[in-house]
Design a protein. Structure first.
Lengths: 292, 184
């Protein structure tokens, strides 16, 4: 292994304790020791590894082998190195490592070759899960997924129906409010009101032929066409025409077919009781001719 | 007698020059307020009233405005009250009011917000605005009291209506309040 911190002396002791190396060979470790990966260039020739910008050639009987990773001692020779093999780094080497040594190796491998390690571990886990899965678990999962889909569809349908019911409920409440407001607004005079229902006469139509009003006093006019209750009374600028409309917000009051008006004598001086021509219009207003 | 006919589907917008119409509706010695609510409904006839504007002056900001209550009552009834600030305390001079009313008429005409404009004023200052409204394809009716009617207005509008014979001045009972339609 190259890179990372390690206690070389402790490692030597461990190698000796594990029997991987004898004490006599320790002297050989006093030189440059590296772990190199050897291979034959082009599949032929001497086993060599790249080191320090040049080559290191493996010597000895192991030079006839396939190469691989070797712990070796290096001696400089000219522009290259001669590698004396100490121990091959293979599976048996790792099997003989102590737990903390294996941990160091694993950390170094995880750091330098994480992508490969993740793939290996993931494949191993998938294999384990496949072995441990009960027979038919895949079918059961598919069945559960189908059932979940059906339940979701049913839930969505119920939600739609619930939303529709809520919408209808709101519409119903809104209609009720508008009906109630309309009934209340029927007595309220406002430009906004599009319906003149509040001005519709409430009394029954006068009998045919009876289209007359009568000036009965200085401040009162009566007619069977008048609707009992509040009413609006308007007079024209030329003081010839008067209009009476029943209305909940009226400023005059009809009592017993008679209406008393402030200032009536000023616009039409009282000269005794007399009949006044009048008629009921299509809008319910009673129009009276004050002057004959 | 008029050249044009009405349609019940016509959209009517009423524009009232308040000071002009109030002044011309006064009867000396008699307290008969002009009922603008009744006036607007009468001008609309059986047609659809889409809006009713009232143009008047108001006191400058910070000064007591006696017309403020009347304006609010009109707003409460549904009128759109446009009150331009006037520096004349007695409001004898109407500043900006006529132009504001003319602009409003033309703007609404160009936006196709009405079919018929009813101008409640006899002031001939509105003739150019009336012509522009007519150019936009809208009809213009003018309503005013005889005393206030300018001949130019009579000639420029599509229909005119004298209000003298229309019952618009409100009479109250001997002990009645002031509810309902409102004038001065």
């Amino acid at each position: 292994m190259t890179g990372g911190k390690k206690d070389w002396l402790a490692f030597q002791r461990e190698l000796i304790e594990s029997g991987a190396i004898s004490e006599e060979d320790l002297d050989e470790f006093n030189g440059k020791v590296e772990i190199l990966s050897f291979s034959r260039a082009g599949g032929a020739g001497a086993l060599r590894a790249d080191f320090n910008g040049t080559h290191a050639f493996l010597r000895g009987a192991d030079a006839a082998g396939d190469g691989g990773e070797w712990i070796c001692r290096l001696e400089k020779s000219g522009g290259a190195y001669i590698a004396s093999p100490i121990r091959k780094v293979d599976a048996s080497f790792f099997m003989e490592l102590k737990s903390h040594q294996a941990e160091e190796v694993a950390k170094a491998l995880w750091k330098s070759r994480r992508a490969d390690m993740e793939q290996i571990i993931a494949e191993h886990c998938r294999g384990l899960l496949a072995e441990e899965a009960e027979p038919g678990a895949g079918d059961e999962a598919e069945s559960l997924r189908r059932e979940i889909g059906e339940l979701r569809a049913e839930r969505d349908s119920l939600m739609e129906r619930l939303a529709e019911a809520e919408s209808l409920r709101r519409e119903r409440d809104g209609l009720r409010e508008r009906l109630e407001a309309g009934a209340a607004a029927a007595d309220y005079p406002a430009i906004r009101s599009e319906v003149a229902a509040e001005e519709r006469p409430q009394a029954a139509p006068a009998p045919a032929g009876q289209e007359a009003a009568r000036r009965v006093s200085e401040d009162a006019i009566e007619s069977s066409l008048f609707t009992p209750g509040k009413c609006f009374v308007h007079v024209s600028l030329d003081l010839e025409t008067m209009a009476v409309r029943p209305h909940g917000y009226g400023t005059a009051i009809c009592v017993g077919n008679r209406i008393r008006l402030a200032g009536l004598n000023a616009i039409s001086p009282f000269a005794g009781e007399r009949d006044l021509a009048c008629r009921r219009g299509p809008d319910g207003a009673v129009t009276i001719r004050l002057k004959s | 007698m008029t050249l044009l006919s009405d349609s019940p589907h016509d959209r009517v917008m009423v524009f009232i020059d308040l000071r002009n119409v109030l002044k011309s509706s006064e009867i000396p010695g008699l307290d008969l307020p002009l009922d603008l609510y009744r006036l607007s409904l009468d001008m609309a006839g059986g047609r659809r009233l889409v809006a009713a504007y009232v143009f008047d002056t108001r006191a400058p900001y910070g000064e007591e405005d006696r017309a403020h209550r009347m304006h609010d009552r009109l707003r409460f009834l549904g009128f759109r009250v446009v009150a331009r600030e006037s520096y004349d305390p007695s409001r004898r001079e109407q500043k900006e009011v006529d132009v504001a009313m003319g602009c409003e008429m033309v703007a609404h005409a160009l936006k196709d917000n009405f079919d018929v404009a009813v101008v409640v004023s006899g002031d001939r200052d509105f003739v150019p605005a009336i012509q522009h409204v007519q150019s936009a394809g809208k009809r213009v009716e003018v309503a005013a009291f005889h005393e206030a009617f300018s001949k130019e207005m009579l000639k420029s509008c599509d229909r005119y209506r004298m209000l003298d014979s229309v019952p618009l001045l409100r009479m109250d009972g001997p002990a009645a309040g002031g509810a309902g339609g409102d004038g001065a």
